[in-house]
Ligand binder design. Structure first.
Ligand code: SAM
Length: 234
């Protein structure tokens, strides 16, 4: 992982190709693109992973099978590994996964997978107790987000839960995102849109709001924990 803070890349390497763009960001400085401002703060980066893992632990019963979707360099999976039976960490970027293997070290039990950015073929029907996706679902295209909701419904066990966040359209300044080309700027969803996307598949268990960014980029995130509905659409 690079220790240097990169010069801001043109348009965050936007080419409209999630794999290529995130590989480029990972090569430039994974830490900076995972947590803005952390390029020069390796210890703060580790600490942030511990804090995030601590907040997820309430959802990880002993023996749990867990999925980290959009795992990056394994910032959070590394800290959660000791508390769960099995942990899968999936990312669209092969370069992120390469750096993640380095970050967690050779003794790790984490099972890393590079995927296509839409689907989770590595995971069997009804095999996961708890899935989480931190700082990721707002970056993915709308078709990818909808595809992941279908996939998560498929792979979660009955009673399984999914924790994620996106930008709240109702509480943030509206800015345009070119969904076909922009693989970085956060996608926003209204409450009504989220309800529609979740209906029939998931029931909401928790919803809370957090703020992030500065100036023009200050936005409100909507964070959700949803539980799998067993009679839902597939
Ligand atoms: C901001 S980083 C967050 C990484 C990690 N979740 C964390 O909190 O440390 C976003 C991650 O999502 C990955 N990503 C982007 N689009 C994706 C997609 N469609 N499917 C899977 N991973 C994706 C990127 O490669 C990157 O590693």
């Amino acid at each position: 992982m690079s220790e240097r803070k990169p010069a801001p890349p043109p348009e965050h390497f936007n080419t409209g190709d999630m794999k290529r763009d995130w590989d480029a960001r990972a090569r430039a400085c994974a830490r900076e693109y995972i947590l803005t401002g952390f390029a020069d703060q390796p210890e703060g980066f580790v600490r942030s992973g511990r804090e995030a893992a601590a907040s997820l632990l309430a959802f990880c019963a002993p023996g749990a099978v867990v999925l980290d979707l959009g795992c990056g360099v394994g910032r959070v999976a590394r800290e959660l590994e000791a508390y769960v039976a099995e942990i899968h960490a999936v990312d669209v970027s092969a370069e992120m996964i390469r750096q993640a293997r380095e970050y967690v070290g050779p003794g790790s039990r984490i099972r890393f997978h590079v995927n296509d950015g839409f689907t989770l073929p590595q995971l069997a029907v009804g095999s996961v107790d708890f899935a989480f996706s931190l700082l990721t679902m707002h970056h993915v295209t709308r078709p990818a987000f909808e595809s992941y909701l279908r996939e998560l419904h498929r792979i979660l066990k009955p009673g399984g839960r999914f924790w994620f966040s996106v930008v709240s359209r109702d509480r943030s300044p509206a800015y345009d995102v070119d969904d076909a080309r922009d693989t970085f700027t956060g996608r926003s969803y209204s409450d009504a849109e989220l309800d529609r996307l979740l209906r029939g598949r998931f029931q909401e268990e928790r919803r809370w709001f957090t703020q992030s960014g500065e100036g023009h980029w200050r936005v409100t995130y909507v964070n959700l924990v949803v539980g799998k509905l067993c009679e839902g659409a597939d």
